[in-house]
Design a protein around this ligand. Structure first.
Ligand code: NAD
Ligand code: UDP
Ligand code: UDP
Length: 317
Protein backbone atom coordinates (compact mmCIF):
# COMPACT_ATOMS: atom_id res chain seq x y z
CA UNK A 1 0.00 0.00 0.00
CA UNK A 2 1.24 3.56 -0.79
CA UNK A 3 0.23 6.42 1.47
CA UNK A 4 2.29 9.10 -0.26
CA UNK A 5 2.08 10.31 -3.85
CA UNK A 6 5.69 11.38 -3.87
CA UNK A 7 7.88 9.69 -6.43
CA UNK A 8 10.45 7.41 -4.75
CA UNK A 9 13.78 8.00 -6.42
CA UNK A 10 17.03 6.12 -5.84
CA UNK A 11 20.30 7.90 -6.64
CA UNK A 12 23.31 5.57 -6.53
CA UNK A 13 26.56 7.46 -6.07
CA UNK A 14 24.42 10.19 -4.53
CA UNK A 15 27.18 11.46 -2.24
CA UNK A 16 29.47 12.21 -5.18
CA UNK A 17 29.92 15.41 -7.18
CA UNK A 18 27.05 14.96 -9.67
CA UNK A 19 24.92 12.78 -7.38
CA UNK A 20 24.73 15.37 -4.61
CA UNK A 21 23.47 18.02 -7.05
CA UNK A 22 20.94 15.55 -8.42
CA UNK A 23 19.64 14.72 -4.90
CA UNK A 24 19.17 18.46 -4.25
CA UNK A 25 17.29 18.95 -7.49
CA UNK A 26 15.01 15.93 -6.94
CA UNK A 27 14.10 17.14 -3.44
CA UNK A 28 13.21 20.55 -4.91
CA UNK A 29 11.02 18.73 -7.44
CA UNK A 30 9.10 17.08 -4.57
CA UNK A 31 10.54 13.56 -4.70
CA UNK A 32 11.42 11.18 -1.86
CA UNK A 33 15.13 10.64 -2.39
CA UNK A 34 17.19 7.64 -1.31
CA UNK A 35 20.89 8.35 -1.71
CA UNK A 36 22.99 5.17 -1.77
CA UNK A 37 26.78 5.43 -1.62
CA UNK A 38 29.75 3.47 -0.28
CA UNK A 39 31.82 6.69 0.04
CA UNK A 40 34.60 5.35 -2.19
CA UNK A 41 35.13 8.69 -3.95
CA UNK A 42 32.21 10.67 -2.54
CA UNK A 43 31.75 12.01 0.97
CA UNK A 44 29.01 12.59 3.50
CA UNK A 45 30.03 16.25 3.52
CA UNK A 46 28.49 16.59 0.04
CA UNK A 47 25.03 15.78 1.41
CA UNK A 48 25.13 16.78 5.10
CA UNK A 49 23.03 19.85 4.28
CA UNK A 50 20.26 17.49 3.10
CA UNK A 51 20.28 15.30 6.22
CA UNK A 52 17.31 16.31 8.35
CA UNK A 53 15.07 16.82 5.33
CA UNK A 54 12.30 14.26 5.96
CA UNK A 55 12.23 13.37 2.26
CA UNK A 56 15.95 12.53 2.13
CA UNK A 57 17.55 9.27 3.24
CA UNK A 58 21.26 8.41 3.12
CA UNK A 59 22.30 4.76 3.03
CA UNK A 60 25.83 3.34 3.06
CA UNK A 61 25.75 0.52 0.56
CA UNK A 62 27.98 -0.90 -2.18
CA UNK A 63 26.01 -1.43 -5.41
CA UNK A 64 28.04 -4.55 -6.24
CA UNK A 65 25.77 -6.21 -3.64
CA UNK A 66 22.03 -6.69 -4.19
CA UNK A 67 19.63 -4.07 -2.90
CA UNK A 68 15.98 -4.83 -2.21
CA UNK A 69 13.87 -1.70 -1.82
CA UNK A 70 10.76 -0.22 -3.50
CA UNK A 71 11.37 2.60 -6.00
CA UNK A 72 9.81 4.36 -8.99
CA UNK A 73 12.98 5.71 -10.62
CA UNK A 74 16.67 4.89 -10.41
CA UNK A 75 19.58 7.16 -11.39
CA UNK A 76 22.65 4.91 -11.51
CA UNK A 77 25.66 7.18 -10.92
CA UNK A 78 27.74 4.96 -8.63
CA UNK A 79 31.27 4.74 -10.07
CA UNK A 80 34.44 6.72 -9.43
CA UNK A 81 34.86 9.15 -12.33
CA UNK A 82 38.37 10.58 -12.15
CA UNK A 83 41.36 8.51 -13.34
CA UNK A 84 43.15 8.90 -9.98
CA UNK A 85 40.16 7.40 -8.19
CA UNK A 86 39.19 4.69 -10.66
CA UNK A 87 42.77 3.47 -11.20
CA UNK A 88 43.39 3.12 -7.46
CA UNK A 89 41.32 -0.10 -7.35
CA UNK A 90 40.64 -1.00 -10.99
CA UNK A 91 39.03 -4.37 -10.24
CA UNK A 92 36.53 -2.69 -7.93
CA UNK A 93 35.88 -0.09 -10.67
CA UNK A 94 34.85 -2.76 -13.18
CA UNK A 95 32.80 -4.56 -10.52
CA UNK A 96 31.00 -1.33 -9.67
CA UNK A 97 30.08 -0.67 -13.29
CA UNK A 98 29.17 -4.24 -14.21
CA UNK A 99 27.83 -5.89 -11.03
CA UNK A 100 26.35 -2.53 -10.02
CA UNK A 101 24.46 -2.32 -13.32
CA UNK A 102 23.21 -5.91 -13.00
CA UNK A 103 21.89 -5.30 -9.48
CA UNK A 104 20.26 -1.98 -10.34
CA UNK A 105 18.72 -3.45 -13.50
CA UNK A 106 17.45 -6.42 -11.46
CA UNK A 107 15.93 -3.93 -9.01
CA UNK A 108 14.36 -1.95 -11.88
CA UNK A 109 12.96 -5.15 -13.37
CA UNK A 110 11.35 -6.26 -10.08
CA UNK A 111 9.93 -2.83 -9.20
CA UNK A 112 9.15 -1.79 -12.83
CA UNK A 113 11.13 1.39 -12.20
CA UNK A 114 12.62 3.56 -14.93
CA UNK A 115 16.41 3.49 -14.80
CA UNK A 116 18.96 6.03 -16.04
CA UNK A 117 22.61 5.14 -16.55
CA UNK A 118 25.34 7.78 -16.15
CA UNK A 119 27.56 6.65 -19.01
CA UNK A 120 30.49 8.60 -20.35
CA UNK A 121 32.25 10.05 -23.37
CA UNK A 122 34.99 7.54 -22.49
CA UNK A 123 32.94 4.83 -24.24
CA UNK A 124 34.33 6.47 -27.41
CA UNK A 125 37.88 5.85 -26.12
CA UNK A 126 40.50 7.82 -28.04
CA UNK A 127 38.13 8.80 -30.83
CA UNK A 128 39.07 8.91 -34.50
CA UNK A 129 36.12 11.18 -35.41
CA UNK A 130 35.26 14.68 -34.17
CA UNK A 131 32.86 15.67 -32.83
CA UNK A 132 31.54 12.31 -31.59
CA UNK A 133 28.04 11.25 -32.52
CA UNK A 134 26.17 8.52 -30.68
CA UNK A 135 26.41 6.29 -33.76
CA UNK A 136 30.23 6.12 -33.40
CA UNK A 137 31.27 2.79 -31.84
CA UNK A 138 34.48 4.07 -30.35
CA UNK A 139 38.19 3.26 -30.32
CA UNK A 140 38.92 1.67 -26.96
CA UNK A 141 41.92 -0.22 -25.64
CA UNK A 142 40.56 -3.29 -23.78
CA UNK A 143 43.74 -3.94 -21.72
CA UNK A 144 45.11 -0.53 -20.74
CA UNK A 145 45.00 1.29 -17.42
CA UNK A 146 41.86 3.22 -18.41
CA UNK A 147 40.06 0.05 -19.54
CA UNK A 148 38.56 -0.74 -16.11
CA UNK A 149 36.52 2.43 -16.47
CA UNK A 150 35.96 2.57 -20.25
CA UNK A 151 35.13 -1.11 -20.73
CA UNK A 152 33.14 -1.26 -17.47
CA UNK A 153 30.94 1.59 -18.73
CA UNK A 154 30.64 -0.04 -22.17
CA UNK A 155 29.56 -3.34 -20.62
CA UNK A 156 27.04 -1.48 -18.45
CA UNK A 157 25.53 0.03 -21.63
CA UNK A 158 25.34 -3.48 -23.14
CA UNK A 159 23.50 -4.73 -20.04
CA UNK A 160 21.07 -1.81 -20.19
CA UNK A 161 20.19 -2.54 -23.81
CA UNK A 162 19.93 -6.31 -23.20
CA UNK A 163 17.56 -5.76 -20.24
CA UNK A 164 15.56 -3.55 -22.59
CA UNK A 165 15.46 -6.20 -25.35
CA UNK A 166 14.86 -9.14 -22.98
CA UNK A 167 12.62 -7.56 -20.33
CA UNK A 168 11.37 -4.32 -21.95
CA UNK A 169 12.81 -2.16 -19.15
CA UNK A 170 12.39 1.64 -19.28
CA UNK A 171 16.06 2.46 -19.76
CA UNK A 172 17.69 5.86 -20.34
CA UNK A 173 21.39 6.06 -21.21
CA UNK A 174 23.25 9.36 -21.07
CA UNK A 175 26.88 9.76 -22.18
CA UNK A 176 28.31 12.58 -20.09
CA UNK A 177 31.15 14.80 -21.33
CA UNK A 178 33.45 16.88 -19.04
CA UNK A 179 31.28 18.47 -16.36
CA UNK A 180 32.44 20.85 -13.63
CA UNK A 181 31.07 22.78 -10.67
CA UNK A 182 30.97 22.99 -6.88
CA UNK A 183 31.84 19.74 -5.00
CA UNK A 184 34.32 18.54 -7.60
CA UNK A 185 37.15 16.82 -5.75
CA UNK A 186 39.98 19.29 -5.10
CA UNK A 187 42.72 16.67 -5.64
CA UNK A 188 41.43 14.54 -8.46
CA UNK A 189 43.76 16.01 -11.07
CA UNK A 190 41.02 17.33 -13.37
CA UNK A 191 41.85 20.52 -15.18
CA UNK A 192 39.12 22.80 -13.81
CA UNK A 193 39.69 21.90 -10.14
CA UNK A 194 43.50 21.94 -10.58
CA UNK A 195 43.55 25.42 -12.14
CA UNK A 196 41.13 26.93 -9.61
CA UNK A 197 42.90 25.44 -6.58
CA UNK A 198 46.31 26.50 -7.93
CA UNK A 199 45.11 30.06 -8.59
CA UNK A 200 43.48 30.35 -5.16
CA UNK A 201 46.69 29.18 -3.46
CA UNK A 202 48.81 31.53 -5.58
CA UNK A 203 50.67 28.55 -7.05
CA UNK A 204 51.73 28.25 -10.70
CA UNK A 205 49.04 27.03 -13.08
CA UNK A 206 50.23 23.82 -14.74
CA UNK A 207 49.39 23.62 -18.43
CA UNK A 208 50.22 20.24 -19.94
CA UNK A 209 51.69 20.58 -23.43
CA UNK A 210 51.36 23.96 -25.12
CA UNK A 211 47.75 24.37 -24.00
CA UNK A 212 46.37 24.33 -27.56
CA UNK A 213 44.37 21.14 -26.92
CA UNK A 214 40.65 21.82 -26.55
CA UNK A 215 37.92 20.61 -24.22
CA UNK A 216 34.30 21.61 -23.72
CA UNK A 217 32.98 22.09 -20.18
CA UNK A 218 29.40 21.71 -19.05
CA UNK A 219 28.25 23.33 -15.78
CA UNK A 220 26.70 20.81 -13.37
CA UNK A 221 23.25 22.50 -13.16
CA UNK A 222 22.85 22.24 -16.93
CA UNK A 223 23.69 18.54 -16.87
CA UNK A 224 21.28 17.81 -14.00
CA UNK A 225 18.49 19.52 -15.96
CA UNK A 226 19.33 17.15 -18.82
CA UNK A 227 19.14 14.09 -16.51
CA UNK A 228 15.71 15.09 -15.20
CA UNK A 229 14.37 15.76 -18.70
CA UNK A 230 15.75 12.44 -19.89
CA UNK A 231 14.07 10.54 -17.05
CA UNK A 232 10.74 12.20 -17.91
CA UNK A 233 10.77 10.95 -21.53
CA UNK A 234 8.39 8.28 -22.77
CA UNK A 235 9.19 4.54 -22.89
CA UNK A 236 10.38 4.65 -26.53
CA UNK A 237 13.23 7.01 -25.70
CA UNK A 238 16.28 5.14 -24.46
CA UNK A 239 19.28 7.08 -25.74
CA UNK A 240 22.18 6.79 -25.72
CA UNK A 241 22.39 10.56 -25.84
CA UNK A 242 25.50 12.67 -25.53
CA UNK A 243 25.22 15.37 -22.87
CA UNK A 244 27.82 18.06 -22.56
CA UNK A 245 28.72 21.48 -23.81
CA UNK A 246 29.72 21.70 -27.46
CA UNK A 247 31.48 25.06 -26.99
CA UNK A 248 35.23 24.41 -27.17
CA UNK A 249 37.97 26.19 -25.24
CA UNK A 250 41.72 25.74 -25.38
CA UNK A 251 43.31 24.68 -22.10
CA UNK A 252 45.50 27.80 -22.21
CA UNK A 253 42.34 29.91 -22.64
CA UNK A 254 40.80 28.18 -19.63
CA UNK A 255 43.91 28.93 -17.53
CA UNK A 256 43.73 32.62 -18.48
CA UNK A 257 40.01 32.82 -17.68
CA UNK A 258 40.53 31.22 -14.26
CA UNK A 259 43.43 33.55 -13.51
CA UNK A 260 41.34 36.59 -14.49
CA UNK A 261 38.53 35.47 -12.19
CA UNK A 262 40.69 34.64 -9.18
CA UNK A 263 43.43 37.26 -9.57
CA UNK A 264 46.64 36.79 -7.57
CA UNK A 265 50.28 36.12 -8.39
CA UNK A 266 50.04 32.74 -10.22
CA UNK A 267 51.97 32.30 -13.47
CA UNK A 268 51.19 29.91 -16.30
CA UNK A 269 53.81 27.15 -16.53
CA UNK A 270 54.07 24.46 -19.18
CA UNK A 271 54.60 20.77 -18.30
CA UNK A 272 54.93 17.68 -20.52
CA UNK A 273 51.72 16.48 -22.13
CA UNK A 274 50.61 13.11 -20.63
CA UNK A 275 50.64 10.12 -22.97
CA UNK A 276 47.48 9.59 -25.04
CA UNK A 277 46.10 13.01 -24.08
CA UNK A 278 43.36 13.69 -26.66
CA UNK A 279 43.91 16.84 -28.75
CA UNK A 280 40.21 17.57 -28.81
CA UNK A 281 37.04 16.34 -27.14
CA UNK A 282 33.69 17.74 -28.13
CA UNK A 283 30.19 16.29 -27.97
CA UNK A 284 27.77 16.41 -30.86
CA UNK A 285 24.51 17.14 -29.02
CA UNK A 286 22.16 17.42 -32.01
CA UNK A 287 20.26 14.28 -30.97
CA UNK A 288 19.51 15.42 -27.42
CA UNK A 289 18.68 18.93 -28.70
CA UNK A 290 16.13 17.46 -31.09
CA UNK A 291 14.62 14.89 -28.71
CA UNK A 292 14.68 16.75 -25.38
CA UNK A 293 15.09 20.37 -26.44
CA UNK A 294 18.08 20.39 -24.07
CA UNK A 295 21.29 22.33 -24.41
CA UNK A 296 23.64 23.93 -21.89
CA UNK A 297 22.72 27.50 -20.93
CA UNK A 298 25.32 28.56 -18.37
CA UNK A 299 28.36 30.31 -19.85
CA UNK A 300 31.83 29.17 -18.76
CA UNK A 301 32.66 32.38 -16.85
CA UNK A 302 29.46 32.18 -14.81
CA UNK A 303 29.95 28.50 -13.97
CA UNK A 304 33.60 29.06 -13.12
CA UNK A 305 32.64 31.92 -10.83
CA UNK A 306 30.32 29.60 -8.84
CA UNK A 307 33.02 26.95 -8.72
CA UNK A 308 35.69 29.43 -7.56
CA UNK A 309 33.35 30.59 -4.76
CA UNK A 310 32.86 26.99 -3.67
CA UNK A 311 36.60 26.24 -3.57
CA UNK A 312 37.27 29.52 -1.72
CA UNK A 313 34.92 28.36 1.05
CA UNK A 314 36.14 24.76 0.90
CA UNK A 315 39.82 25.73 1.22
CA UNK A 316 39.07 28.56 3.64
CA UNK A 317 40.84 31.11 1.41
P1 NAD B 1 32.18 10.98 -8.06
O1 NAD B 1 33.37 10.11 -7.86
O2 NAD B 1 32.14 12.29 -7.36
O3 NAD B 1 30.84 10.20 -7.70
C1 NAD B 1 30.68 8.81 -7.79
C2 NAD B 1 30.02 8.34 -6.50
O4 NAD B 1 29.82 6.92 -6.57
C3 NAD B 1 30.89 8.59 -5.26
O5 NAD B 1 30.12 9.21 -4.25
C4 NAD B 1 31.34 7.19 -4.86
O6 NAD B 1 31.61 7.08 -3.46
C5 NAD B 1 30.17 6.35 -5.32
N1 NAD B 1 30.52 4.94 -5.54
C6 NAD B 1 31.61 4.43 -6.19
N2 NAD B 1 31.57 3.10 -6.18
C7 NAD B 1 30.43 2.74 -5.54
C8 NAD B 1 29.84 1.50 -5.20
N3 NAD B 1 30.41 0.33 -5.55
N4 NAD B 1 28.67 1.50 -4.52
C9 NAD B 1 28.07 2.67 -4.15
N5 NAD B 1 28.60 3.87 -4.43
C10 NAD B 1 29.76 3.90 -5.13
O7 NAD B 1 32.01 11.19 -9.63
P2 NAD B 1 30.99 12.10 -10.45
O8 NAD B 1 31.80 13.04 -11.26
O9 NAD B 1 29.91 12.60 -9.58
O10 NAD B 1 30.39 11.00 -11.45
C11 NAD B 1 29.11 10.42 -11.27
C12 NAD B 1 28.82 9.49 -12.44
O11 NAD B 1 28.84 10.24 -13.67
C13 NAD B 1 29.84 8.35 -12.59
O12 NAD B 1 29.15 7.18 -12.95
C14 NAD B 1 30.71 8.83 -13.72
O13 NAD B 1 31.27 7.75 -14.43
C15 NAD B 1 29.75 9.64 -14.57
N6 NAD B 1 30.45 10.67 -15.37
C16 NAD B 1 30.89 11.84 -14.81
C17 NAD B 1 31.55 12.78 -15.59
C18 NAD B 1 32.02 14.12 -15.04
O14 NAD B 1 32.50 14.96 -15.82
N7 NAD B 1 31.91 14.39 -13.76
C19 NAD B 1 31.79 12.51 -16.96
C20 NAD B 1 31.36 11.29 -17.47
C21 NAD B 1 30.68 10.38 -16.69
N1 UDP C 1 18.47 -7.65 -7.56
C1 UDP C 1 18.54 -6.64 -6.61
N2 UDP C 1 17.37 -6.10 -6.16
C2 UDP C 1 16.15 -6.48 -6.62
C3 UDP C 1 16.10 -7.49 -7.60
C4 UDP C 1 17.28 -8.06 -8.05
O1 UDP C 1 19.61 -6.24 -6.18
O2 UDP C 1 15.16 -5.93 -6.15
C5 UDP C 1 19.72 -8.23 -8.06
C6 UDP C 1 19.75 -9.73 -7.86
O3 UDP C 1 20.60 -10.01 -6.76
C7 UDP C 1 20.31 -10.25 -9.14
C8 UDP C 1 20.42 -9.08 -10.09
O4 UDP C 1 19.77 -8.00 -9.44
O5 UDP C 1 21.63 -10.74 -8.94
C9 UDP C 1 19.80 -9.32 -11.41
O6 UDP C 1 18.44 -9.63 -11.23
P1 UDP C 1 17.60 -10.41 -12.33
O7 UDP C 1 16.24 -10.60 -11.78
O8 UDP C 1 17.71 -9.73 -13.63
O9 UDP C 1 18.40 -11.73 -12.51
P2 UDP C 1 18.42 -13.11 -11.71
O10 UDP C 1 17.98 -12.84 -10.29
O11 UDP C 1 17.48 -13.95 -12.45
O12 UDP C 1 19.84 -13.50 -11.81
N1 UDP D 1 45.42 19.52 -17.98
C1 UDP D 1 46.34 20.55 -17.81
N2 UDP D 1 46.73 20.85 -16.54
C2 UDP D 1 46.25 20.21 -15.43
C3 UDP D 1 45.30 19.17 -15.61
C4 UDP D 1 44.92 18.84 -16.91
O1 UDP D 1 46.79 21.18 -18.78
O2 UDP D 1 46.66 20.56 -14.31
C5 UDP D 1 44.98 19.22 -19.35
C6 UDP D 1 45.04 17.74 -19.71
O3 UDP D 1 46.33 17.41 -20.20
C7 UDP D 1 43.98 17.65 -20.77
C8 UDP D 1 42.93 18.68 -20.34
O4 UDP D 1 43.61 19.56 -19.44
O5 UDP D 1 44.49 18.04 -22.03
C9 UDP D 1 41.71 18.09 -19.65
O6 UDP D 1 42.15 17.21 -18.63
P1 UDP D 1 41.17 16.44 -17.64
O7 UDP D 1 41.98 15.40 -16.94
O8 UDP D 1 40.44 17.42 -16.81
O9 UDP D 1 40.07 15.78 -18.57
P2 UDP D 1 40.13 14.82 -19.87
O10 UDP D 1 41.52 14.74 -20.41
O11 UDP D 1 39.59 13.52 -19.39
O12 UDP D 1 39.20 15.51 -20.82
Amino acid sequence: MRVSNRKRVLVTGGAGFLGSHLCERLLLDGCDVLCVDNFYSGTKDNVTHLIGNPHFELMRHDVTFPLYIEVDEIYNLACPASPIHYQWDPVQTTKTSVHGAINMLGLAKRTKAKILQASTSEVYGDPEVHPQQESYWGHVNPIGIRSCYDEGKRCAETLFFDYRRQHDLGIKVVRIFNTYGPRMHPNDGRVVSNFIVQALRGENITIYGDGSQTRSFCYVDDLIEGFVRMMATSHEITGPFNMGNPVEFTIKGLAETVLNLVGGPSKLVFKPLPQDDPKQRQPDISLVRAKLGWEPKIPLEEGLDQTVNYFRRFLGI
